[in-house]
Design a protein around this ligand. Structure first.
Ligand code: WT7
Length: 656
C-alpha cells in the first residue's frame, strides 16, 4: 500500500538493522521491572493494572469506578478526588523528604539554584495565593509564557493547587501565537517574564507582548517574573501588570491543597493539526498523573534515592509537562532544569552539567543527538559521563546511526536506550522498551507499554500483523486527552472517526516487524516535525499569505540532516512584487513574527503558480518531488500541467 508520509528516516536502513541489544544482567538485577510477566499481567486486566498505579498516589477520596468508557469519551477513576500539587509536593515533604532536591536549576548565564521539595512547596503555596488574590477561580485558564526557570514549574503547580487550568505557551513562540492561544482559551491571567536569555543577551518577553496584550480586553492581570534583575525595560500597565516578587511578598505562605474531581481539567496545551487553527488538547488530573507517574517510573527505571534525571526538553511542550514537571515530581525524583542552549557558552555544556550533577538518566530528542554528532564524535572527551545509566529519545524517529552513537559515545556502550513514542494527545509514553526487560533494536520504539494496545492497520482499518500502515491505539489509557478545548466535534472528527469511535487514529505511519516491534515512520497528515516540534503546513501557509506581497503559498516538509524535517515554502507573489533575497528574508521574519522562529521556512521557492488538481487542491506530493529533484509521476490530473515544469526549472537553476 502507498502511504503518504512526510519524510521519515531512511526506512530501508531502519528495517534492515540486524542488531539487537538485550538488557544486561546487571541492569536487569536492579531494575524496577525485570520480569516480562508484567506485560501479560497488564494485558489480562488493564484496569486493575492502572488502578495499581493510581493507588500509589494520595487520593482525598477513593474512586468508585476505574474507567467509564463511552467511546470516545473516557472518564478515569470516577468519583475520586485528588490534588495534583499535593501529590507532587506535600506528600514527599510529609514523608520526610522535604530536603530532597526537586530541581538543580542551571541558568543560561551560569547561575545555579538548588530547589528542594520543601522550597518548591513553599513557592507553590505562596504563588497559589497570588493567583487567588488576583481572582483566579477553579476551572479558569491561566496562561504561562516563561523561560526555563524554576518559576515555570512552580506556576504550573500553583494552578494545579487551586484547580486553575494552565495553558503553557512555548517561550520560542511569537507574541501573536501567545495572543491567539490566550484568546481562544479565554485566559484572564498570564504569567511571563521581563526577558529570556539568548546566548548571553536578554531578549525582552513582557515588552514584546504588550501590543498583543492590549488586543486582549479580557486579560485582567499579567504577572511578570524579574528574570534579569531589572536589566531590560519593562513597561507595566497600571492595574493590570504586577511583579511576581512583589505579589509573593504580599501573599500568605499557606495555601492548603483542595481536592478536585479526578476528571477536573489540569491543563490545556495547544498543538498543531492539519488546519491553520491550533488544537487545545485538554488533560485531566487523576488519570494524567497516574499515567505519567507510572510511565516515568517504569520507562526511566526511577529510584528517587539514586537517580538524577534530566529531561532536556522545554516546559512549553508536552514532554516538559509530563516528564519535567508532573511525572518526576509525582515520583519524588531529582531533576536537572536547564535554561540555555546546548552550545552556549561552549559545545560541552551538556556534558559539563551531567558531570557536575552526576546525572544518571538523560532524555532528549534525536535532533540534539544529530547536532552533537555533527559537532564531532569526540565532543564528550574529557568529561566524565560514567554516572549515566539510561538514555531516552523522543519526538521524532531516530535513525539507527544516531541511536548507536547515543548508546556508544554518550552511554559508553553500557546504558540502555529507550526510544519513547507518544504525543501531546496521549499525555504519556505509549510505545517504548522497558529497559530491564525489552531487547532493543536501534531505531525501533519496540513494544506498547504494558496495558497499552497499539496496532498498525490498512486504509480500511484491518489489522496488519506484520508490515506497514497506519498506527492506531485500541484501548483507553488514563493520560489520554479527554477532548479539544471547547471543540468536542473536532476531537471526534480528528481522532475517532477514520477507524470508528473505539479506535484512536494516531496520524503516524508505522511498520510492525516479525517480532511485533513497532517502527514509527512519520506523520500521515500535513504536519511537519521540525526538531521534534509539531508544525502544521496550513499554519505556516496562512502566516505567509498574511504578508501583503504573497498571493498564495504551499508548504512541505523536506528531509533535513539537522532538524529531521525542515520547512520549504512555495510562494506565488502578488502582481507588482518581485522575487529577491531581501523578500525571502522578510518573509522568513514575517513567519517568525506570526508563529515563532522555529516555523521560519528554511527554503523559499518562487512559483508563478502552484500545482493544483482540477478541484483546486494543492498537490503537495508533487511539490515534494520537485523540491527533492525527483522524477515527477503522473501530472495529468493537474489543472495546468505546465506549472510543475516551470517550478522545476526554478529549482534546478537554483533560483530559490
Ligand atoms: C508526534 C507527536 C511526544 C512528545 C514530543 C512530540 C512524533 C514522537 C516519536 C518517536 C517516532 C515520534 C510522531 C508523533 N514522535 N515521538 N519516539 N519516534 N516519532 O509531541 O508534538 O505531540 O508530536 O511526534 O509523529 O505523532 P507532539
Amino acid at each position: 500500500m502507498e502511504i503518504q508520509i512526510g519524510e521519515g528516516p531512511d526506512v530501508e536502513a531502519l528495517m534492515h538493522t540486524e542488531e539487537v541489544f538485550e538488557p544486561s544482567e546487571e541492569f536487569k538485577a536492579q531494575a524496577n521491572f525485570g520480569d516480562p510477566a508484567v506485560y501479560d499481567r497488564a494485558e489480562a486486566d488493564p484496569e486493575a493494572w492502572w488502578a495499581e498505579w493510581a493507588h500509589k498516589l494520595d487520593w482525598a477520596q477513593p474512586w468508585d469506578k476505574v474507567l467509564e468508557w463511552d467511546a470516545p469519551w473516557a472518564k478515569w477513576f470516577v468519583g475520586g478526588k485528588i490534588n495534583v500539587s499535593h501529590n507532587c509536593l506535600d506528600r514527599h515533604v510529609a514523608a520526610g523528604n522535604g530536603d530532597r532536591v526537586a530541581y538543580y536549576w542551571v541558568g543560561e548565564d551560569g547561575a545555579r539554584r538548588t530547589i528542594t521539595y520543601s522550597d518548591l512547596l513553599s513557592t507553590t503555596e505562596r504563588f497559589a495565593n497570588v493567583l487567588k488574590n488576583l481572582g483566579v477561580q477553579p476551572g479558569e485558564t491561566v496562561g504561562i509564557y516563561l523561560p526555563m526557570i524554576p518559576e515555570a514549574p512552580a506556576a504550573m503547580l500553583a494552578c494545579a493547587r487551586i484547580g486553575a487550568v494552565h495553558n503553557v505557551v512555548f517561550g520560542g513562540f511569537s507574541a501573536e501565537a501567545v495572543r491567539e492561544r490566550m484568546e481562544t482559551s479565554h485566559a484572564k491571567v498570564l504569567i511571563t517574564a521581563d526577558a529570556t536569555l539568548r546566548r548571553g543577551e536578554p531578549l525582552p518577553m513582557k515588552q514584546s507582548l504588550d501590543e498583543a496584550l492590549d488586543a486582549l480586553p479580557d486579560m485582567r492581570h499579567v504577572v511578570v517574573v524579574d528574570r534579569t534583575g531589572g536589566k531590560v525595560e519593562t513597561p507595566m500597565r497600571e492595574g493590570r501588570d504586577v511583579w511576581w516578587h512583589e505579589q509573593m511578598l504580599a501573599a500568605d505562605a499557606d495555601c492548603p491543597a483542595e481536592p478536585f474531581d479526578a476528571e477536573h481539567p489540569l491543563f490545556i496545551l495547544y498543538t498543531s493539526g492539519s488546519t491553520a487553527k491550533p488544537k487545545g488538547i485538554q488533560h485531566t488530573s487523576g488519570g494524567f498523573l497516574t499515567g505519567v507517574s507510572a510511565t516515568h517510573n517504569a520507562v526511566f527505571d526511577i529510584k528517587p534515592e539514586r537517580d538524577v534525571y534530566w529531561c532536556a526538553a522545554d516546559i512549553g511542550w508536552v514532554t516538559g509537562h509530563s516528564y519535567i514537571v508532573y511525572g518526576p515530581l509525582a515520583n519524588g525524583c531529582t531533576s536537572v532544569l536547564y535554561e540555555g542552549a546546548p552550545d552556549y557558552p561552549h559545545q560541552g555544556r551538556w556534558w559539563e552539567i551531567i558531570q557536575e550533577y552526576g546525572v544518571t538518566i538523560l532524555y532528549t530528542a534525536p535532533t540534539a543527538i544529530r547536532t552533537f554528532i555533527k559537532w564531532g564524535r569526540d565532543i564528550p572527551d574529557g568529561y566524565d559521563l560514567s554516572t549515566l545509566r539510561l538514555l531516552g529519545s523522543v519526538g521524532e524517529p531516530i535513525n539507527p546511526r544516531a541511536w548507536l552513537w547515543y548508546r556508544d559515545v554518550i552511554g559508553g556502550g553500557r546504558c540502555p536506550v529507550v526510544d519513547t513514542w507518544w504525543q501531546t494527545e496521549t499525555g504519556m509514553i505509549m510505545i517504548t522498551p522497558l529497559p530491564g526487560i525489552t531487547a532493543t533494536k536501534p531505531g525501533s520504539a519496540t513494544r506498547p507499554f504494558p496495558g497499552v494496545s497499539a496496532e498498525v492497520v490498512t486504509h480500511d482499518g484491518e489489522i496488519v500483523e506484520q508490515g506497514g500502515g497506519f498506527l492506531t491505539l485500541r484501548r483507553p489509557w488514563p493520560a489520554m486527552a479527554r477532548t479539544l478545548y471547547l471543540d468536542p466535534d473536532r476531537f471526534v472528527e480528528t481522532y475517532w472517526s477514520r477507524f470508528g469511535r473505539e479506535v484512536y487514529d494516531v496520524g503516524d505511519a508505522a511498520r510492525v516487524d516479525e517480532d511485533g516491534y513497532f517502527w514509527v515512520l512519520g506523520r500521515t497528515d500535513d504536519v511537519i516535525n521540525v526538531s521534534g516540534h509539531r508544525l502544521s503546513t496550513m499554519e505556516v501557509e496562512s502566516s505567509l499569505v498574511s504578508h501583503e506581497g504573497v498571493a498564495e503559498a504551499a508548504v512541505i516538509g523536506q528531509n533535513d540532516e539537522q532538524t529531521g524535517q525542515a520547512i520549504t515554502a512555495f510562494v506565488t507573489l502578488e502582481g507588482g512584487w518581485e522575487p529577491s533575497a531581501e523578500l525571502i528574508a522578510e518573509l522568513r521574519e514575517h513567519v517568525a513574527e506570526k508563529i515563532g522562529k522555529l516555523a521560519r521556512p528554511k527554503r523559499i521557492i518562487w512559483a508563478d503558480d502552484l500545482p493544483k488538481t482540477r478541484s483546486g487542491k494543492i498537490m503537495r506530493r508533487l511539490l515534494r518531488d520537485i523540491a527533492d529533484g525527483r522524477e515527477l509521476g503522473d501530472v495529468t490530473t493537474l489543472r495546468d500541467p505546465a506549472v510543475v515544469g516551470m517550478i522545476g526549472e526554478r529549482v534546478k537553476a537554483g533560483e530559490d
